[in-house]
Design a binder for this molecule. Structure first.
Ligand code: CTP
Ligand code: MG
Length: 227
């Protein structure tokens, strides 16, 4: 099995509101991207990494990868206007040898080897893809024009994270005629692909605001102190 990682890092980070793209916002003294890059590099599952960079930041990504000794980074390419567009650009650059593609958001820095394994393993058991999902704590309702239309069955719902892993063949086909989607799995689902939901990890929180950044930083520092 040859696994390529596509690291989606091309967003502007408007809600974070720092003076550079979110992937380069400082996290515990390093660009946020360094965290997921290093973790993908050291994963026994990952063969090559393709970074989808903020436009005009392709070169700083390569310099960072070199500085960190991330020899698995095959390329850094400029992303698009939306996440879906960036992922499509990344997937199209993945090597023809790839049998599995793992898509991860640079905005979720605390990737673990356990989670990489958890999403890749089901692909050996007949699944087309696997995604981590967390149970919801709040009740979810469908609302239109301010009026509640329906209360959804919470026990059946999960909040989905990355990394998401797919058979390369399936993901290539799914992104080719991509409409705008907020995750890759929905494209695969739309094509009839079978996607497994595996347990998510609260620490894979997506950094959106400064409060999220501070929280992830505290988890990271605590982890370092404890060994
Ligand atoms: N992303 C991307 N290309 C885009 C938009 C987003 O590669 N055009 C990536 C981001 O870099 C991030 C992930 O998709 O790793 C999730 O997106 P999000 O958290 O929304 O990040 P941003 O779009 O950067 O943030 P904001 O929406 O606040 O501007
Ligand atoms: Mg965004």
């Amino acid at each position: 099995m040859s696994v390529w990682a596509v690291l989606a890092a091309a967003g502007r980070g408007e809600r974070l509101g720092v003076d550079r793209p979110k992937a380069f916002a400082p996290l515990a003294g390093r660009p946020m991207l360094a965290e997921s890059l290093e973790r993908l590099e050291s994963s026994a599952w990952i063969e090559s990494i393709l970074v989808v960079a903020p436009p005009e930041w392709e070169e700083p990504v390569i310099l960072l990868a070199e500085e960190l000794g991330c020899g698995k980074v095959a390329a850094s390419i400029a992303g698009g206007e939306t996440r879906a567009e960036s992922v499509r650009i990344g997937v199209e650059e993945v090597g023809a040898d790839a049998s599995v593609i793992l898509v991860h958001d640079a905005a979720r820095p605390l990737l673990t080897e356990e989670m990489v394994e958890r999403v890749i393993s089901p692909l050996n058991e007949g699944w087309d893809g696997a995604v981590p999902g967390l149970p919801l704590v709040d009740t979810v309702k469908r609302v239109r024009d301010g009026a509640v239309e329906e209360t959804l069955p919470r026990a059946e719902l999960v909040a989905v994270q990355t990394p998401q892993a797919f058979l390369a063949r399936v993901l290539r086909e799914a992104v080719a005629d991509s409409v705008d989607a907020t995750d890759c799995s929905s494209l695969v689902e739309a094509k009839g692909g079978r996607v497994k939901a595996v347990p998510g990890d609260p620490r894979l929180l997506k950094v959106t605001t400064r409060e999220d950044l501070a929280l992830v930083e505290s988890w990271l520092n605590r982890g370092r102190r404890n060994g």
